[in-house]
Design a binder for this molecule. Structure first.
Ligand code: DGL
Length: 270
């Protein structure tokens, strides 16, 4: 007998960026309801201390669980890199998936022998992607580079090639001269630059998107654990933010590629 679970999937991020994961997940699993939390009052997490990121992540998870979700997906690479172990420790009977494991799997599946990982400062300082990749295959050459300016550029919707190339040059010019086999986009915002990065490297570097990898991994997890939604489930999509709901709604389109939320509500953490 096939078993189902129609409760929503909870996805949270520091702000808008996790909508790239929500979009990938909704494309992959169109029958699943989604509740999204963006902590827009405290974004960005990527340049906060480890203690602050862990504290924020716990509050985010508490809120997600209060929404009655069946699993929680930490779409934020920074949270996944820095706080996932603490979350798993404190919520041992809940399923909390991060984006690092799925990103690592995508790297291994790509067959790349050399990889560059880009992300926020906190993600890169945590070394989580390199450790994950080397735990699976220590022969892969890994270079990790923090690219902090890419988050505000994505939030501002800046796509002018001249500006993007100048910013890519700050962080990636060394890689351009000596390109790795693949580039892992280890940040929620970077999928918005996938095409620009592909052109920057003249199509010579395989671009691996951690949002798409996370959607694939989540789909497999639901199927294996027999908690996917029924095919005729109503796939509602509600969003909560901790500040500026109307700005969130305006910018969401760019991150979601057209699949807009049913509603955006403001919540506050005590
Ligand atoms: N969501 C963050 C990440 O994926 C990027 C934005 C931030 O720094 O909060 O790492």
């Amino acid at each position: 007998m096939k078993l189902f679970d129609n409760r929503p999937i909870g996805i949270f991020d520091s702000g808008l960026g996790g909508l790239t994961v929500a979009a990938a997940l909704r494309r992959k699993l169109p029958g699943e309801a989604v509740v999204y939390l963006g902590d827009t009052a405290r974004v960005p997490y990527g340049d906060k201390s480890v203690d602050s990121i862990i504290h924020f992540a716990h509050q985010d998870v508490e809120f997600m669980l209060s929404c009655g979700v069946k699993i929680v997906v930490a779409a934020c690479n920074t949270v996944s890199a820095v706080a996932l172990n603490s979350l798993k420790h404190d919520y041992p009977d809940k399923t909390i998936l991060g984006v690092i494991d799925s990103g690592v799997r995508a790297v291994i599946d790509s067959g790349a022998e050399s990889i560059a990982v880009i992300g926020t400062r906190a993600t890169i300082n945590s070394d989580a992607y390199r450790r994950g990749i080397h735990a699976a295959n220590c022969a892969i050459k890994v270079e990790s580079i923090a690219c902090p300016l890419l988050v505000p550029l994505a939030e501002e919707g800046i796509t002018a090639p001249g500006i993007l190339t100048a910013v890519f040059d700050i962080y990636l010019s060394k890689l351009r001269k000596n390109p790795p086999d693949a580039l892992l986009l280890g940040c929620t915002h970077y999928p918005l630059f996938a095409e620009a990065l592909n052109s920057y490297f003249a199509g010579k570097v395989k671009i691996i998107d951690s949002a798409g990898a996370c959607a694939k991994y989540t789909a497999e997890f639901l199927e294996t654990n027999k908690i996917a939604a029924q095919p005729d489930n109503s796939p509602g999509f509600g969003c909560f933010v901790t500040d500026m709901p109307s700005e969130f709604q305006c910018h969401a389109r760019r991150f979601l590629g057209g699949q807009l939320p049913d509603r955006v509500e403001k919540i506050s953490f005590a």
